[in-house]
Design a protein around this ligand. Structure first.
Ligand SMILES: [Zn+2]
Length: 333
């Protein structure tokens, strides 16, 4: 039983491996935690560091002074390195500082733990410098690298780490975590369905008031199937200003057309996310029919794949909106 590990949701497999390592006292020198941001990788790294130095000698208890210092970030042997504010990557000097500390004995506990959050952002020079320490690490130092996936770090780095992959969080888990933060009801539903498996993304959307911003997009979305070509081009331009926002819009569109699909198939209304826009959804569902709706949902998924492959954002949206328009019944003039 470890309260710190128990706070991490939806990651049973990697956590089981970590707990087993602590319990058997066979802890690899370096781990690479992969997965989307905000799925529990950093919390797991801190729980692991706390376990290595917990006064109980076992899994982090959360109550001893060492565990408390790990969770408050004040333990002298827990070192977290991430890109500095305003910088996009971890710099060579930061890695040199890690190496300098890693050769020293721990100051408080049994192990010094170095968490490198954003290991994929190290440039070649920093990564190569780090490599030497990963190859011949001091006995009392442990490293936990965090990156989106194994391929995003140099093979020479990943081959020296035990890789544990963390999964995107399920929508229900994100909703439950949001409820713990006091975000409930339709808003929690909306944020969790837009979060794409990342609690961090859900909270960013919350703090950036994305639901309020999207409120302006309901009208154009609802009238998409009856908009003229010029209006669609204008929309593609507005929605296509940057890739991350465009991906957010696509998530929003998926929810919208899925809601219509539920109504079109006479499914349960409690599964409709945008229930406050029921009249517009009903109108769309009647106009478009289930067959067209499923083709539209497929077209949105294709556009998402394209955006993830770095295609031109505006052109991708342009093509998508015209495709959606083509499924609409011809409007009487
Ligand atoms: Zn403890």
């Amino acid at each position: 039983m470890s309260k710190l590990f128990d706070k991490i949701q939806g990651q049973d497999r990697p956590l089981k491996i970590l707990k087993r390592a602590i319990e058997s006292n066979r802890i690899p020198t370096a781990y690479l935690f992969t997965g989307p941001p905000g799925c529990g990788r950093k919390m797991a790294a801190i729980a692991m560091a706390a376990s290595l130095n917990c006064e109980t000698g076992g899994l982090a208890c959360e109550v001893c002074s060492s565990c408390k210092q790990h969770t408050s970030g004040t333990h002298l042997d827990l070192h977290i390195t991430e890109p500095a504010p305003g910088k996009t990557g971890i710099l060579l000097d930061q890695i040199k500082s890690v190496i300098g500390k890693a050769i020293l004995m721990p100051m408080q506990g049994k192990f010094s733990v170095f968490v490198v959050d954003g290991a994929h952002t190290m440039n070649m020079e920093a990564a190569n410098t780090f490599l030497k320490t990963l190859e011949e690490p001091p006995a009392t130092s442990r490293f936990i690298l965090i990156a989106p996936d194994k391929d995003s770090v140099l093979p020479t780095i990943s081959s020296r780490c035990q890789t544990l992959s963390f999964s995107p969080l399920g929508r229900n888990i994100v909703r439950k975590l949001l409820e713990r933060e006091g975000i409930v009801g339709e808003r929690a539903e909306l944020l969790s369905s837009m979060a794409r498996g990342s609690m961090e993304r859900a909270l960013t959307y919350q703090s950036e008031e994305v639901p309020e911003k999207l409120a302006n997009e309901f009208e154009p979305l609802a009238s998409l199937h009856k908009s003229d070509h010029k209006k669609l081009l204008d929309l593609a331009e507005r929605w296509g200003r940057n890739r991350e926002e465009a991906l957010g819009i696509l998530d929003f569109m998926v929810q919208w057309y899925r809601d219509m699909m539920i109504l079109s198939l006479e499914g349960p209304e409690d599964q409709v996310i945008h229930i406050s826009h029921l009249p517009e959804l009903q109108e769309g569902a009647t106009a478009l029919k289930a067959g067209s709706l499923s083709a539209i949902l497929e077209a949105i998924e294709d556009a998402r794949d394209d955006l993830n492959k770095n295609t031109n954002v505006e052109l991708t949206l342009d093509r998508l909106l015209l495709t959606i328009r083509s499924y609409a019944p011809v409007q009487p003039i």
